[in-house]
Design a protein around this ligand. Structure first.
Ligand code: GMT
Length: 379
């Protein structure tokens, strides 16, 4: 199949999922055309069957706000026509689904029929999409898509509960590429560097937006640190990074805080951690937690949104109510202070991640693509 993938190029989960999906589809022989305003971060090397088309946003002085949706729609028209695409798969509804709809309508006037699939990722529904300033367009674009997928059952339910949806939505979970039967070897030099005295390592990866509750991450860390020597490894960057830094400075525990910023190969670094913390206010899936589990790191998380579909209570980690820092710290301390239990949870976390192996998820997308290409208006 000849597939156009539209995504955000940044470190956010939706861009990561879109890029990894495209790379695996290309390996299987499909022709994949990525369309975005920057080369996606995970598209670091080019392979056979992969193309990248950049959307150039003009900076004409009349525009205080550049009309990205329009230039994206025009680019889609161009790529569909000249790369002879069979299908568009857009990741994150805003503004990709409405741009795809516009491109579809333009192409129809030229006798070209291009179906598009919208994958909902989370904040496009739960935060931004619900906003009255977007809602009518989002509802329309979801209803007009030839197929819609959501990354968890929970997100599917939220979409059906909060929007006037008159069509079906298929839940297709996020995935991970698992290599081998056991979690990969850890980088022992990196481990020595971060925890030179054998301290336990707690890790968190995110874009440090308020929804991630970075304040809870550092509070949990501070409570664990009262009981045992440990380090907190923060990966990523964003508006609330200073919350973590200020909290640790004020308590004089900054020497045990390591902020790595935006790291491309997060799993390599995550491998050295003993626990992953994800206390989010909301999380449609929690790809970061799955990436941690895939390198054998158990997860202490909140029980919001789609997280319980990924992190299994008392098996791959523990779940608590949003904001219940006491409970999260208690769970973390109980795991970290029992070596045998920690080893068992590390193995179980890896076992749980294997359920989301790309080999199990890819056929769901391929089947959907085939159905939509053959019967575009049925779904
Ligand atoms: O909001 C973010 O964390 C980024 C966002 C994205 O779309 O880039 O992540 C969402 O999509 C990820 C991939 O499907 C999910 O794993 C995250 O749970 C989801 N984030 C939220 O729901 C907050």
């Amino acid at each position: 199949m000849n597939i156009g993938i539209v995504c955000y190029p940044t470190f956010g989960g939706s861009g990561v999922v879109a890029t990894e999906l495209g790379k695996v589809l290309a390996l299987k022989g499909h022709q994949i055309h990525f369309i975005s305003y920057q080369q996606p971060v995970r598209l670091d090397t080019f392979h056979e069957n992969i193309w990248y088309h950049e959307v150039n946003v003009s900076d004409y002085p009349l525009f205080d706000y550049q009309p990205y949706e329009l230039v994206l729609a025009s680019k889609l028209v161009d790529v569909v026509k000249y790369a002879k695409l069979d299908l568009l798969h857009v990741h994150y509804a805003i503004p990709h689904a409405s741009a795809a709809y516009m491109a579809q309508q333009i192409l129809k006037t030229e006798g070209i029929n291009i179906p598009f699939i919208t994958t909902l990722h989370g904040t496009d529904i739960t935060l931004v999409g619900k906003d009255a300033s977007f809602e009518p367009v989002i509802t329309f674009a979801i209803n007009q898509s030839n197929a819609v997928t959501a990354v968890s059952e929970s997100l599917k339910k939220d979409t059906l509960d909060h929007f006037k949806i008159n069509r079906s939505i298929e839940a297709i979970p996020n995935f991970i590429c698992i290599d081998g039967c056991e979690a990969p070897e850890i980088d022992s030099e990196l481990h020595r560097n971060i925890a030179p005295n054998g301290e336990k390592i707690l890790a968190h990866v995110s874009n440090f937006r308020p929804v991630k509750r970075v304040c809870d991450v550092v509070k949990i860390f501070a409570k664990v640190r009262e009981k045992m020597p440990c380090k907190l490894l923060l990966i990523g960057d964003g508006p609330d990074r200073h919350v973590a830094e200020t909290f640790c400075r004020e308590r004089g525990i900054s020497e045990d805080l390591i902020v790595l910023g935006k790291v491309k190969d997060t799993q390599h670094v995550l491998g050295i951690a003993d626990l992953f913390l994800l206390p989010s206010e909301f999380e449609s899936f929690g790809l970061a937690a799955l990436e941690a589990m895939a390198v054998g790191v158990p997860v202490i998380s909140s029980n919001t949104g789609g997280i319980p579909e990924v992190n299994k209570e008392g098996f791959s980690g523990f779940l608590s109510n949003v904001g219940d820092v006491e409970d999260m710290a208690k769970n973390a301390i109980s795991l970290l202070s029992n070596e045998e239990k920690l080893t068992q949870f590390k193995e179980q976390a890896f076992g749980q991640a294997k359920k989301f192996d790309i080999l199990n998820v890819l056929p769901l997308y391929e089947k959907l693509y085939k159905r939509v290409i053959e019967h575009p208006s049925t779904f």
